[in-house]
Design a protein around this ligand. Sequence first.
Ligand code: 13P
Length: 255
Amino acid sequence: MRRFLIAGNWKMNCGPYDAAELLEGLTERKAEISEDVDVLVCPPFVSIGMAVKYLYDTDIQVGAQNLHFEENGAFTGEISGSMLTESGCNYVIIGHSERRQYFGETDETVNKRVHKAIEHKLAPIVCVGESLEQRQKEEHFELVKNQVKKALEGVSEAEVRDVVIAYEPIWAIGTGETATPEQAQVMHEYIRTVLSDLYSEEVADQINILYGGSMKPANAKELLSQPDVDGGLIGGASLDADSFSEIITIAEELA
Ligand code: 13P
């Protein structure tokens, strides 16, 4: 009953011109997308308008990489949930490890942003994941459990059905080193039991859990074949129309 979600996180890449070129390449290669797979691109804020314009008559959806937790006001440089909805987004990435690491994002601000996203009908993609050091100390399960629990504090059973969790081990992001399919499956299954304890098994079974960290055409099939891996949050490989469309095709074949 879960559908694959293949999501591209462009990070700080592609202004409007490059975005147009990348999306042209992508829509040429994937003029049609199977009904069983959802596809999403998350460009930087300034390219969202271009992406929405390019993709309006396609099955590819547009999301953002962050939102602020206040409604509006004197918050120089920030973007609100209503601005994203108005711009044509229906997803937003929240709590990416790069934001936690470089921009002071905490479990508390992640939780506030999740509530704001839900209020504005943006499906939050909540990122969790451990560093190499935390894995070596075998703290990764506890850490990820706490990240999930804190991110979802106060989120009701009805609201959580639209939440997406992305497991992104920090040691696998942009490093070329991927979690093995087994490592991914074990953590995804664990996250689903955490969700089941927080809500119910029925709800946990509906929530999409994506894997992120050096996913590419060469490893996508093995990762997406795992029973609890419901898609990918893809950085580097989403910046290349060939690679991203290949991963979409792999998901279509497995769906
Ligand atoms: P890479 O695919 O470049 O490793 O990035 C993963 C990621 O951080 C997606 O959010």
